[in-house]
Design a protein around this ligand. Sequence first.
Ligand code: GLY
Length: 432
Amino acid sequence: MIMELQWLLLEKDILNIKKKKMKILILGGGGREHAMGKKLLEDDHSIHLYFYPGNGGTSIIGRNIENHYTVLDLGFFAKKNAIDITIVGSEFFLLEGVVDIFQNLGLKIVGPHYLAAKLEGNRIFAKSFMEKYGIRTPKYNIFSCYEKAINFLKKNTNSIAIKTNGIAAGKGVILSHNQNDAIKALKNIMIEKKFGKSGNQIIIEEFLQGKEASIISIFNGKNIIPFLSAKDYKKIGENETGLNTGGMGAIVPNPYITNSIWIDFKKNILEPTLKGLIMEKLTFFGFLYFGLMITYNKVYLLEYNTRIGDPEAQTLFPLMKSNFLNLIQSSFQHQEISIDWKKLCSCCVVLSSRGYPEKYESGKIIEGVNSLKEPFYIAGAEIKQKKWITSSGRVLNIVGIGNTIQEARKKAYEKVQTIQFENLYFRRDIGL
Ligand code: GLY
């Protein structure tokens, strides 16, 4: 009788463990975080999602934390609510040291600690790392003195990229094709402090003409496991014209990443990066993004990001066959992982508020969201009185999937036709 009772209790315990919902907190409030959340739920409906700050889309699939929190507050929140795993979407949190804080509180978190996040947050640190480990990158010079930078420019007539040392919310890169523009840009950054302290030190980098590519990967502290390649469309205008944005669209895979470029990338960028990370004790468990330029059959590393890209995430997750949470959990346990992908292509078009990335209006009613076919992701939109309303520059991410990029792009643009809001703007050349 006692034995039977013990068995019954044991069975109840096992059932309770099975029933225990995983609680996952995702940090960020864009389309990338909505895409991550949707993928996690697609793989396992029982997961309980929290987002900070989240958006209208994430409020449907999980709970948005509405208080205004510092990263330390978020740590206490995660502790109090027994969050099992936190995934950092936006670099903002990484550069506030969220990983170190969470780890000190004994919490599991996916992302680099503060020192490793400097690979994204401090361009001079990243370039020095690349140089030290022989990672192929455009030539560069560093300046903290305006006069010295001007003298350098006066002797240099080539096209250049001027980059602030800090990332300046993604805005601190200015391409210049003539001396006058370069001098004007330098004055804006170093004298007028248009990008604040980020411009106290700058990099003047050789400008490379070519095709851009993004390769995002999981780094488990021992290996770097790349995702499919992606191509991001960074400029606001068609044919890559106008101001830089967070990204106006993306395709996967990137057609310029041929077999030979992939081999070149592994040999001259990925492998020396891995060696450098281990030698410098910059190992972490999180994502590493290689921002690349392909030119004359050689690939160069322009920058690292220490997170998944946006809108690359929205383009990649619909093609991921593997269970995303299993990949994360296996990496935490230092198990080897391999990622399975659907043999399809994907195209994401970003719908934005006209005027972005500068001044734009919000609060516009969006028609058509409720009848949109998956996959699509909410970026800057919220629900007010049962209506979808624009709340940011990048509003909605519409994704098409197909056997070819052409097919994927056609499907994405067909879906775009079903959405309307005042001042809607999008690029018509994504995937062309
Ligand atoms: N799409 C580029 C980025 O996420 O930084």
